[in-house]
Design a protein around this ligand. Structure first.
Ligand code: UGA
Length: 438
């Protein structure tokens, strides 16, 4: 099929690259010329596993990028809207990019005669596709949804860092459809995927996305609360998560306790759902608690460190700046407020992250020391805090001897406390009690 995609962020670019790899002809559209140039030269504008290979394989054949939305829409049969929906200060989402995309698609549809389906992939509050997107499309095209063009809402469930894997191996595909004809067209695009394909209303598809992210965020705050109790009662949260996760109704996924969730999705989406519910006069007791606990959790490692030593003037190493492993993304990343807190306490902070150093420079400027590797970050440090679950931090037991004191606060529970002790490391961790009560 011929596809155009508006927006070349994580979602748009991964969707475009994967759909091209599956044999469709895809044009990715963005207003930022540098991104367009980068994609057309098969250079990924973001760090994402497998993206370089996909671009190399498909650019110049059935994948290209352009700043010309009108032509891209006119020369395709399906257009995905995959632009950002950033948070406003009150937590609600800002739809300006979705609205702008709908306008330019509408203008292109005006000059088009054959049937076209517009698919909203951006995460939008229930009701947005039918009450915002469709009216704009109709106004600017002079055409009628359902009669002259189709509309679907197709949420994404891609994890950053694993987005290509997730796209190619989905647990499910959700197609919210304005009418059967629109849904049939998108169903055809996905019919060869080996997973359930759920067809539903536009609003239900929009809500499924929010409910999925809110549930996963809740699961993380739940295990973090359990971790905090574990520290008090003398057990290890990793054992507890294992025992609980063996119940197939619960599953072990997303039961990793730590410094809390970050990124461009969970915090923003939970805030948006709370804001929407409050507009409807509903008080979200559980979701408020999920966010509150998450905010406190980001400081848990500082509390632990503070109990170990007076942090002022100490050399503190922070390993990990990205909001999770496999990405250079530091949006809403827990290490940011943690480092700010350490600096406020007068600590001297050295940082290292395999991918996110450049992004962090934009936030911390010269307030922290940027180290080129783990060794130089650890050298002569009084204490090390692990903030991101990078694989390369998992087997560094012997490197802690470079520190002045081998004291480690494991904010992600990626080290084995018993092994750490064998290496002479004084180990502290979220949800870990030093003297486990047997
Ligand atoms: C999340 C969802 O997992 C995707 O399904 C969804 O499509 C995406 O948001 C989105 O809405 O676009 P992502 O934010 O990329 O994906 O990352 P996750 O792997 O879900 O991790 C989110 C945060 O939770 C990270 O900070 C991670 O470190 C943390 N986390 C995750 C934990 O603290 N514990 C866990 O057990 C799992």
């Amino acid at each position: 099929m011929k596809i155009s995609i508006i927006g070349t962020g994580y979602v748009g670019l991964i969707t475009g690259a994967c759909l091209a790899d599956l044999g469709n002809s895809v044009v990715c559209v963005d207003v930022i010329e540098d991104k367009v140039k980068s994609i057309n030269s098969a250079v990924p504008p973001i760090h994402e596993e497998g993206l370089l290979e996909l671009l190399k394989k498909n650019v110049g054949k059935n994948l290209s990028a352009s700043t010309d939305a009108k032509n891209a829409v006119k020369n395709s049969n399906i257009t995905f809207i995959a632009v950002g929906t950033p948070s406003r200060d009150d937590g609600s989402i800002d739809l300006k990019y979705v609205e702008e995309s709908a306008k330019s698609i509408g203008k292109a549809l005006k000059e088009k005669n054959n049937y076209h389906v517009v698919v909203v992939k951006s995460t939008v509050i229930p009701g947005t596709t039918d009450s915002v997107v469709i009216p704009i499309l109709e106004e600017f095209s002079g055409k009628v949804a359902g009669k002259d063009f189709g509309v679907c809402m197709n949420p994404e469930f891609l994890r950053e860092g694993k987005a290509i894997h997730d796209f190619m191996n989905p647990d499910r595909i959700v197609i919210g459809e304005y009418d059967k004809k629109s849904g049939d067209k998108i169903y055809k695009l996905y019919k060869n995927f080996n997973c359930p394909i759920m067809r539903t209303s536009l609003r239900a598809a929009e809500m499924i996305k929010y409910a999925a992210n809110a549930f996963l965020a809740t699961k993380i705050s739940f295990i973090n609360e359990i971790a905090n109790i574990c520290e008090k009662v003398g057990v290890d949260v990793c054992d507890i998560a294992k025992g609980v996760g063996l119940d197939h109704r619960i599953s072990p996924m997303f039961l990793n306790a730590g410094v809390g969730f970050g990124g461009s999705c969970f915090p923003k989406d939970v805030r948006a759902l709370i804001s929407e519910a409050s507009e409807e006069n509903y008080n979200t007791i559980l979701l408020n608690a999920v966010l509150n606990l998450n905010e406190k959790q980001k400081m848990r490692v500082v509390e632990i460190a503070d109990n170990i030593m007076d942090l002022s003037d100490k050399n503190i190493t922070v390993l990990g700046l990205a909001f999770k492993e496999g990405t250079d993304d530091i949006r809403d990343a827990p290490p940011i407020p943690t480092i700010e807190n350490l600096l406020r306490r007068g600590a001297k902070v050295s940082v290292y992250d395999p991918e996110a150093m450049e992004n962090a420079k934009g936030i911390f400027g010269n307030k922290v020391k940027y180290c080129k590797n783990i060794e130089s970050a650890l050298k002569d440090a009084d204490l090390c805090i692990i903030m991101t679950e990078w694989d390369e931090f998992k087997e560094i037991y012997d490197k802690f001897k470079l520190m002045k004191n081998s004291i480690v606060v494991d904010g992600r529970r990626i080290l084995d406390p018993i092994k750490a002790e064998k290496y002479g490391i004084k180990y502290y961790g979220i949800g870990y009690h030093k003297n486990q009560i047997r």
